[in-house]
Write a protein that binds this ligand. Structure first.
Ligand SMILES: Cc1ncc(COP(=O)(O)O)c(C=O)c1O
Length: 383
């Protein structure tokens, strides 16, 4: 446990934002990475119906059959994966648990996990809790933050067991192309690596196509595909996610899951099964609105002098370089909070230097106000 950081820049920003709000200052929260839409009506009705009809007990440890069948069917239809709901699917408490049981069940002490940086900070904690070692591989803004296979190759050694990918990406919004994924797949096969593909933002895609790496030849048997209801349908509080694992891994991953949470919440699973069947329209509305928000944020970032940004093609984050402003990301995030009342996240949180993350999962009006304030504060800084 001692190797795991218990605090960092983000907490300081959050507690300062809290303090300012208590003093009556207005703060626009562009640090929080959670969708702001309500969950789909059909999911709520499904959960209420489940509760009222006595669906209040443990489900099968791997998840209710209804939900696992809905998951398998979605991946067959949309992701071109032939998923066996019994042999491969484990329903978890969010994507976070799906990731945790993957690391716990695969890693031996000292095994290494290659993670493209910047990355979602929980990955590093989870690998450390599973006695593994993180090997970050930096992705560059010049390559729109997409992972380069030559860079992964340099990080591989005899201890490397897992290569993690996350597309669409938190915090950069980068989306890997088919060509990127084909190269990554070739390398994973050649070096005999397990690929953990965190696809929890797969629906938040504004351009391009979402491809599950497990659907590429030779990859199904060496990929764990992670998904969740959390971002897909704005259901972060329901705590339902899933892992699709190679069949021989299932009993080990299930053992970890059994000892962490036993099974996903029964009535939440019923609601999520409904969302799989009936909430495509809700997803479309959310993504259309987030595309508008993305375009608004980019219209500011492209004109604010001192920022350099690439257009994020997915997720709901922009990740501009702030190197030209002469402040560290932490200093700049603190300045934006104090001067402009806008909360952002400095990139050291994601193991990368020289950027801030701006989350645009807020209302259009709030984003507009937040970006105006950032523009004015940066102009002041440059005087
Ligand atoms: C990349 C990524 N993976 C996993 C998670 C965890 O998702 P969940 O809320 O489903 O546990 C998050 C949450 O922000 C995330 O950004």
């Amino acid at each position: 446990m001692k190797s795991i950081p218990l605090s960092g820049g983000i907490r300081e920003i959050l507690s300062r934002a809290d303090e300012l709000e208590k003093q009556g200052r207005s703060v626009i929260h562009m640090e929080i990475g959670r969708p702001d839409f309500d969950s789909p009506e059909c999911a709520k009705k499904g959960a209420i119906y489940a509760l009222e009809s006595g669906n209040v007990h443990y489900t099968d440890m791997s998840g209710s059959f209804e939900l696992r069948e809905a998951i398998a069917e979605k991946y067959r239809r949309e992701n071109h994966l032939s998923v066996n709901p019994v042999a491969q699917v484990i329903v978890t408490a969010g994507a976070i648990e799906a990731l945790m049981i993957t690391f716990m069940s695969v890693l031996e002490p000292g095994d290494e996990v290659i993670i493209p940086a910047p990355f979602f900070p929980a990955y590093a904690d989870q690998v450390a809790l599973s006695n593994g070692i993180v090997r970050p591989v930096q992705c560059r803004i010049e390559n729109e933050f997409r992972l380069k296979v030559q860079d992964i190759e340099k990080a591989i050694n005899e201890k490397t067991k897992i290569l993690l990918i996350n597309s669409p990406n938190n915090p950069t919004g980068a989306v890997l192309t088919r060509e990127d994924l084909e190269e990554i797949a070739r390398l994973a096969i050649e070096k005999d690596l397990l690929v953990v593909s965190d696809e929890c933002y797969e629906k938040y895609l504004y351009e391009g196509e979402h491809i599950s790496i497990a659907s590429l030849p030779g990859m199904e048997e060496r990929t764990v595909t992670i998904g969740a209801a959390s971002k897909t349908w704005s259901m972060t509080g329901w705590r339902i996610g899933w892992a699709i694992v190679p069949p021989e891994m299932k009993k080990y991953a299930t053992k970890c899951h059994q000892n962490l949470t036993t099974c996903g919440n029964a009535f939440a699973q019923a609601g999520v099964a409904k969302a799989f069947r009936e909430a495509d329209g809700d997803v479309k509305r959310m993504i259309d609105e987030d595309r508008r928000r993305r375009d608004l944020v980019m219209s500011y970032l492209n004109r604010i002098e001192g920022f350099e940004a690439v257009t994020p093609h997915g997720a709901f984050y922009a990740f501009p370089s702030v190197k030209k402003l002469g402040l560290s990301p932490f200093e700049l995030s603190s300045y934006l909070l104090e001067e402009a009342g806008v909360a952002t996240v400095p990139s050291d949180v994601f193991r990368s230097e020289g950027f801030i993350r701006i989350a645009y999962c807020r209302s259009y009006e709030e984003i507009e106000e937040g970006m105006k304030r950032i523009e004015a504060a940066v102009a002041k800084l440059r005087k």
